[in-house]
Write a protein that binds this ligand. Structure first.
Ligand SMILES: [Zn+2]
Length: 123
């Protein structure tokens, strides 16, 4: 289970970098896609590459902070989903699986639910 420790460690590191305090005036300009800075609420955010897991990262021009896109839940990669199903079978909770695989609890729940309800065809 060495990979597990590694993943958890990396997540901790990422969390430290992303986190920070942020409460500034909120000049709420809306982007087309509705993305606003989670720190200052500004719509002056530009795309800033992607995370290895495919999530879009944004850079706020207003406060200079970076953030990661937070969808309601995201679709899991097939291999992650298989892992998640295994972990679930081992009795792990949705939130625990989410922490290990780097998804939100909702993502795990929704993806597993969808998978067990019906088998989606292709990707
Ligand atoms: Zn900002």
């Amino acid at each position: 289970m060495k990979w597990l420790v590694l993943v958890l460690h990396e997540m901790g590191e990422a969390g430290k970098k992303i986190r920070g305090r942020g409460n500034k005036k909120g000049g709420r300009k809306k982007r087309e896609d509705g993305v606003v800075c989670r720190w200052c609420g500004s719509g002056e955010v530009v795309k800033n590459g992607k995370k290895p897991d495919g999530r879009q990262t944004y850079l706020c021009k207003e406060c200079g902070r970076r953030m990661v896109e937070k969808p309601k839940y995201k679709r899991m990669r097939e291999e992650d989903l298989k892992l998640a199903l295994k972990m679930r079978a081992e009795g792990m909770s949705y939130s625990a699986i989410g922490r290990v695989l780097g998804y939100s609890e909702a993502a795990i729940r929704m993806n597993i639910l969808k998978k067990t309800l019906k088998t989606p065809s292709g990707t």
